[in-house]
Ligand binder design. Structure first.
Ligand code: F6P
Length: 745
């Protein structure tokens, strides 16, 4: 219907313009032909008069008008000439042929003859009048009046119009035929071009002239990107029909991967053991990676290899540096890797977090690289790879390599275990190719990652950035249609798999929830009517903490009614504390909070409560449940799982999520209020909108987001990767069998 209306909007003006142009053209043609044929008759009259002039002159000289009468009558036998009249020099009408009209005097005839439309309307006919002078021998002038029937002009005009119409029709047919043939040819070239682009092939020389003219390389890349995005959306919607659970994932491992060994590698360990006042305590670090990975490793009963960073980590591990986890209900094994302080500083603080981290995030912190840190990064990556090789009991285990700390590990493992299925996942953004060029060891990092069987990114945008970086820097074969890169004989599938959380198995009852909220309010001394905004982050400059506090300050400034009735609870878990940029951020936020509290805090009631310590999941969940608003204002974030955890915690379907448009999660959660952390006034409006949002609207938005995340949970994230891995393994086995049968083995 809309398309029909849209077409009418263009069609009606087009038809009106066409008709107007046709009417004007025909009118112009009519005027033109009228002039032509009038002139033609004038010419004829003049010729006829010239032919008669000798006879007229002699008749006047010898006064023999009777002979002229006969001559004139003969002349009017000619089809178009109706009548002739002869005027003497005194303008008396001396002679006329039979049908000369009454009332047309010599003088009137001469006057009409000078008009642009020289016509005389006789009784039943319109006559063209031409009065031509004839010089007599006496030196005086007589006039011959020639009258032509105008019907002749009309006939000729009608004839000419028909010729014109016929010509235009013929022209139309010829043009239509030419357009049809060229369109057909263009469509063929276009379709061929699209097929070539979709397959990700280069244009052949012969095609280049046509197809590549229609598809310069940027457009080709864009078409491919759009197609991939459509495919991603399709997969997201289609896959969402199956609810993934831990059991679902286990059965995939049992059936499709036939219970094969699963080894996971990450820098960050899922549980840290610390000495505290003479006894050992455990906690889970604030980490999106841990949130996503632990339920998966638990479901697979796999082995997790990670850096043991806790002060009591060694005390609790066995002789193989391993420990069964999680502490309450062990279901997987953690194998800890030990690193010296120097190694941690060079590999973790410097190369990973002062180099690759700012390189990958658009947060305006300059990446720093140095040779020594790089060398240590190589050494530590080799340590992780060796640990994985030592763990492998079969030649083709499934190995999951996590994040930017371990970019070289896939290639290191591939070199020793060529049949392993290595699934790498890059949890943070992948920079655009221009930014990636900054890294002095860009080739090594790409080669390292291309040792993977599957390389996953959070969004299709990062996936594309990676492929573009490889395209720029390495000699590889890229199959854009299947999103695969062939390098050094190894094929890597490059895919996007949005990371997520495990959906809670139980919902809390309303009474439990209320009691929990009351406890939390009491612990922070919050009055009953006080509304709560929460932010939960690592203390990281990519998270946009100063920006959101600034928006909060503006809100209180502009709407003082909220002072004392609104509190901001900001959890900021200590992170990467040895790095200068992180220390400066902590200091800056501390000062900012103090200044805002000084302006807007009241006795015993600060406007902002900064919680800069580790919090357990239970504590964070209470905060989520008590919050009116949860704000995620990252300047750049690969995915961000805080927003997903907030949604999962809100089984009351209340609460408003403010979500930065620069997070990977924003694409999945259009029901959140989108914010730009660089636009403080925009964030203030969003906060105001959230504070005034009716409960019914909160419910509508929250229910929809909960449906999305319940389906797009972490088991789907892992399930899709493992599913793709099992397809790959199956294809490989079939190919090996076919090859074996060909070689007769
Ligand atoms: O989000 C990127 C990331 O490295 C995650 O993979 C990890 O969970 C988080 O940052 C925490 O960082 P770190 O391990 O340095 O504490």
């Amino acid at each position: 219907m809309n398309i029909f209306r849209l077409q009418l909007r263009f069609l009606i003006p087009f038809v009106v313009t066409l008709l107007t142009a046709a009417v004007l053209a025909f009118h112009a043609f009519d005027v033109l032909t009228e002039q032509w044929f009038t002139k033609d008759m004038h010419l004829r009259s003049r010729l006829a008069t010239t032919a008669l002039s000798e006879s007229v002159s002699s008749a006047f000289e010898h006064n023999q008008m009777a002979s002229l009468s006969e001559l004139f009558t003969r002349a009017t036998q000619e089809e178009r000439l109706t009548a002739i009249g002869l005027c003497n020099p005194e303008d008396d009408l001396l002679l006329t042929t039979g049908s000369y009209p009454e009332g047309l005097s010599c003088q009137l005839a001469r006057e009409i003859s000078h008009l642009s439309l020289p016509y005389f309307h006789a009784k039943s006919v319109v006559l063209h009048v031409s009065s031509e002078s004839v010089k007599l021998r006496s030196g005086l002038k007589a006039h011959v009046v020639m009258l032509h029937d105008r019907a002749y002009v009309e006939r000729r005009k009608a004839q000419a119009t028909w010729y014109l119409i016929a010509f235009l029709l013929l022209l139309g047919v010829v043009i239509a035929a030419i357009v049809a043939v060229t369109t057909q040819m263009s469509i063929r070239a276009l379709m061929k071009g699209i097929r070539t682009i979709v397959r990700g092939e280069e244009f052949s020389l012969e095609d280049k002239t046509h197809a590549s003219r229609a598809f310069p390389s940027e457009i080709a890349a864009d078409v491919r990107a759009r197609l991939r995005e459509l495919e991603d959306d399709y997969r997201r919607i289609h896959d969402a029909n199956d609810t993934w659970t831990a059991e679902h994932l286990r059965s995939l491992l049992r059936t499709q991967l036939r219970g094969e060994q699963v080894i996971v590698l990450s820098n960050r360990e899922p549980w840290v053991h610390e000495w505290e006042n003479g006894s050992i305590t455990t906690y889970q670090p604030a980490s999106g990676l841990v949130t996503a990975l632990e339920p998966v490793v638990a479901a697979c009963a796999g082995t997790w290899i990670a850096h043991g960073c806790g002060s009591a980590d060694r005390e609790v591990t066995d002789t193989e540096d391993s420990i069964a986890l999680p502490p309450q209900a062990p279901s997987y094994r953690l194998h800890r890797i030990w690193l010296s302080d120097e190694e941690v500083d060079a590999y973790y603080n410097k190369m990973s977090n002062q180099g690759l981290w700012p390189l990958s995030h658009l947060a305006h912190v300059q990446p720093e690289f140095d040779e020594k840190s790089w060398q240590t990064y190589v050494t530590v990556n080799q340590k992780f790879a060796d640990a994985a090789l030592a763990e492998a009991r079969i030649p083709d285990p499934v190995i999951l390599v996590q994040d930017y700390h371990l970019a070289l590990v896939p290639q290191m493992i591939r070199a020793k275990l060529p049949a392993a299925t290595i699934i790498s996942f890059w949890h943070i953004p992948w920079p655009n190719p221009e930014s990636f060029l900054i890294c002095p060891w860009r080739h090594e990092i790409l080669r390292g990652l291309l040792g993977s069987s599957i390389l996953g990114f959070q969004t299709s945008h990062y996936r594309r950035n990676f492929i573009d970086s490889v395209d720029r820097l390495l000699e590889t074969r890229i199959d854009h249609e299947h999103s695969k890169i062939l390098f050094n004989g190894n094929e890597t599938l490059i895919e996007s798999y949005p990371a997520s959380i495990a959906w809670p198995s139980e919902e809390t009852s309303a009474s439990e929830r209320n009691a929990e909220i009351l406890r939390l309010r009491a612990s922070y001394g919050l009055a009953e009517e006080c509304r709560i905004i929460v932010g939960v982050d690592r203390f990281d400059y990519t998270k946009g903490i100063p920006e959101r506090l600034c928006a909060f300050e503006h809100l209180l400034e502009q709407s003082p009614d909220w002072i004392g009735k609104l509190v901001f609870l900001q959890v900021a878990a200590p992170s990467r504390e040895h790095i200068q940029d992180y220390q400066s951020l902590r200091q800056r936020v501390g000062q900012q909070v103090a200044a805002i509290n000084k302006r807007f805090g009241q006795e015993g009631r600060p406007a902002i409560i900064l919680l800069d310590r580790f919090h357990s999941h239970a504590e964070i969940n209470s905060l989520y449940r008590a919050a009116d608003i949860c704000i995620v204002s990252s300047l750049h974030d690969g995915m961000n799982l805080v927003c997903k955890e907030f949604i999962a915690a809100r089984d009351d379907e209340q609460g408003v999520l403010l979500l930065s448009q620069f997070t990977g999660a924003a694409r999945e959660l259009p029901e959140a209020l989108g914010i730009n952390p660089y636009h403080i006034e925009g964030m203030v409006s969003a906060l105001r909108q959230a504070l005034n949002m009716p409960k019914s609207e909160q419910k509508e938005r929250m229910a929809s987001m909960r449906n999305t995340i319940r389906e797009a949970n972490v088991f789907r994230w892992a399930g899709r990767m493992l599913g793709d891995a099992s397809h790959q393994r199956l294809r490989l086995r079939i190919a090996q069998r076919v090859q074996a049968s060909h070689t007769g083995q």
